[in-house]
Write a protein that binds this ligand. Structure first.
Ligand SMILES: *Cc1c(COP(=O)(O)O)cnc(C)c1O
Length: 364
């Protein structure tokens, strides 16, 4: 008997938005020496977070607070919003699923850039939505104008934008973001994925208006705070949007220790600033490395830098050679961005090791 899958899922191909480095390590039978492929933080975890997790271990027999009250209270103070403007989820990745399910019915159009963050697409496909892709601009930025026009044309229910962007590192200024909002079709929600908000140019993130039900802003503890393994993200949105998510979200999805860790991370702004500072230094190192190796780099506002290998074939080859040298990096899956090798900022010794191995891989 064939598996009696539902209509939507039976049309969905087996896929995964990202193959984890652990999967690759098992396949290779060998560990990676440099883990620079997933834009995790290579700068560890705040000592305050470690202490809080250790102390919290005692309570791991209890379910978590399904309302994430303490964490949301702290986040509300940080962003100067009400607790009703916030929902916490299993990373941005988890929240993207809730958003797609809430707003896009099967067959509805959603708009994103071609080659943008694949986990959004993964959820859209899984819920039976229809993806409309807009090419990046010639200089590898999101095309605000074309994105919003595509949303109008397709009567889209969602418009997704990562800003600062993954995988290009580019950043759209307040004016471009405001343009999208001005032209947004009536029944379309603007999903603004700000996973890299902490690395954006200071003071240049678009102003926060949580009274506008057309906008959902997503943040995470995975990048600057170094808590990718804890799975904590949140959305800032209008109270009616948050109330809608409460109808379908997984209430016990963000574990007790994860909530404790995230709350403690908010208490250590010195640690966060140190990471942001180190990442800026690392981006400069990579830009310099690109110049030394005669490779263009994209100007990044994130914790990674894309190196331009000029063709997808060359990028694939270099990726393979780096893997053979035990270096985990990734490249975007879609042309023309697949000519970039995207490298997360590592620590100073990791950057030095990467420079040597990259030079070696290019020479081979
Ligand atoms: C890393 C990343 C995420 C993942 O965030 P989690 O909170 O770890 O799920 C989401 N969006 C973008 C654009 C990212 O680069």
């Amino acid at each position: 008997m064939t598996l009696p899958l539902g209509k939507i899922l039976s049309a969905v191909p087996a896929m995964t938005p990202f193959v984890g480095p652990e999967t690759i390590e098992r396949r290779r039978g060998r560990g990676f020496r440099l883990r620079l492929g997933a834009n995790e933080s290579n700068f560890g975890v705040s000592p305050k977070v470690k202490a809080a997790i250790a102390e919290g271990a005692e309570g791991a027999n209890w379910y978590c607070d399904p309302e994430h009250f303490e964490l949301r209270t702290k986040l509300a103070a940080k962003h100067d919003v009400e607790i009703g403007n916030l929902v916490v989820g299993e990373g941005i990745d988890g929240l993207l699923g809730v958003i797609v399910r809430a707003f896009a019915d099967p067959g509805d159009t959603v708009v994103t850039s071609a080659g943008a963050y694949p986990t959004f697409n993964y959820h859209v496909i899984g819920y039976g939505g229809r993806l409309e892709f807009v090419p990046y601009t010639a200089d590898s930025g999101n095309d605000a104008q074309a994105l919003v026009e595509a949303a109008r044309l397709g009567d889209a229910k969602l418009l997704y934008l990562s800003n600062p962007d993954n995988p290009t590192g580019s950043f759209l200024d307040t004016k471009a973001v405001a343009h999208i909002l001005e032209r947004l079709p009536e029944r379309c929600v603007f999903v603004l994925d700000e996973a890299y908000a902490e690395f954006a140019p200071p003071g240049r993130l678009p102003p926060l208006d949580t009274s506008d039900p057309r906008v959902i802003r997503l943040r995470t503890f995975s990048k600057a705070h170094g808590l990718a393994g804890m799975r904590v993200g949140y959305a800032l949105a209008a109270p009616e949007t948050i109330a809608a998510f409460d109808k379908i979200r997984l209430h016990f999805g963000v574990g007790r220790l994860s909530q404790i860790a995230a709350a403690a991370a908010l208490e250590d702004s010195d640690f966060e600033s140190a990471v942001v500072h180190e990442v800026e230094a690392g981006r400069r190192d990579y830009e310099e490395l690109g110049r030394a190796l005669n490779l263009a780099t994209l100007r990044s506002h994130t914790n990674f830098v894309p190196f331009d290998l000029e063709t997808g074939a060359r990028a694939a080859q270099i990726l393979e050679r780096l893997e053979a040298r035990d270096v985990f990096v990734r490249r975007p899956g879609v042309a023309p961005l697949d000519r970039f090798v995207r490298v997360s900022v590592g620590t100073v010794p990791e950057r030095a090791a990467f420079a040597d191995l990259f030079r070696d891989a290019l020479r081979d």
